[in-house]
Ligand binder design. Structure first.
Ligand code: NAD
Length: 277
């Protein structure tokens, strides 16, 4: 079975629209974009469109590429105190020399819809109400649609970054799964995944996870987004899971059309949660 992230994401976005309409309040997302990075600009343009479709007002706060830590931090602190702003996010990359984590830690945790402030990660660990990083939320929702019971399930997460792999591991621990966090130094990775009920690939390595790494019937979630340029010069997106894994897995999320669109929907859900609470 393929887990259709596009369809799931569309359903979440429809629910969001309904919630906003019922609330009779206006919901707004403020994003900060520093400089002219092309990928970030395209992302911001797409975000403006997605927000409009969901009934969310989108404000893009642009700063020049010459902005340093003080200027960016100043803008964030102003947004923290602005009562008309309840949801905010910071586009990356920041100009070289600016400490990204230091800037992220300034975002008011109650407005931090990407869950990048370490305070929010801490809240996730403690199981407190908080804004959780969107990709991790997307992964958990997608696993849950398969009907598998996470309590006691063996889960292997391939990749342990602060914003993707680690929050996924913590959310699975909260669901009382048995969790193995793997990274590029893990020995005999295939032996670990072969024993798992759920495998999540978030390493950024194209087609890393092979069919013989997977127990028949297991749930496989592919978080990877890797760009490949073919001989014809055309660029395609491939995941961290070999597509042939679909022959073995009980359920699998594809790339594209899996975690990506669901992550966008989870961001919007965090926006509505932050705005309406
Ligand atoms: P990262 O580079 O920060 O971290 C990669 C992690 O994978 C590290 O822990 C590293 O040790 C581990 N790793 C690398 N090679 C490995 C190997 N051969 N075996 C086992 N572990 C290995 O990356 P990230 O920011 O966490 O992103 C991971 C992937 O997820 C990327 O492809 C990225 O584009 C994608 N991503 C997708 C979404 C989404 O919404 N779908 C969001 C964020 C990132």
């Amino acid at each position: 079975m393929m887990i259709d992230g596009k369809a799931l994401g569309a359903k979440v976005r429809a629910d969001i629209r309904t919630r906003i309409e019922r609330s009779q309040r206006s919901v707004r997302l403020d994003a900060v974009l520093v400089g002219e990075d092309r990928a970030a600009t395209i992302y911001a343009e797409n975000q403006a469109r997605t927000c409009a479709e969901a009934g969310i007002e989108y404000h893009l706060n642009r700063l020049p590429a010459s902005a340093g830590f003080e200027e960016i931090a100043g803008r964030i602190l102003l947004m923290n105190t602005d009562e008309s702003i309840r949801a905010m996010m910071l586009h990356l990359p920041l100009p070289s020399g600016v400490d990204t984590e230091r800037v992220q830690s300034l975002i008011d945790p109650e407005k931090d819809v990407e869950g990048v402030n370490p305070a929010n990660i801490g809240n996730v660990v403690y199981g407190r109400r908080s804004l959780v990083p969107c990709t991790a939320l997307a992964v958990i929702e997608m696993i849950e649609t398969t009907g598998i019971s996470l309590r006691g399930a063996k889960c292997v997460i391939v990749g342990a970054s602060n914003i993707v792999g680690k929050p996924i591991a913590v959310l699975l621990m909260r669901a009382e799964a048995t969790v193995i966090s793997a990274n590029k130094f893990t020995r005999d990775l295939a032996t670990l995944t072969r024993d798992a009920d759920v495998v999540i690939a978030a390493a950024g390595v194209p087609a890393l996870v092979k069919p013989d790494w997977i127990k028949p019937g297991a749930v496989v979630i592919d978080v990877g987004i890797n760009r490949r340029v073919g001989a014809d010069g055309k660029s395609t997106t491939v995941g961290d899971v070999d597509p042939m894994v679909a022959q073995v897995a009980g359920a699998m999320s594809p790339v594209p059309g899996g975690v990506g669109p669901m992550t966008v929907a989870m961001l919007l859900r965090n926006v509505v949660d932050a705005a309406l609470r």
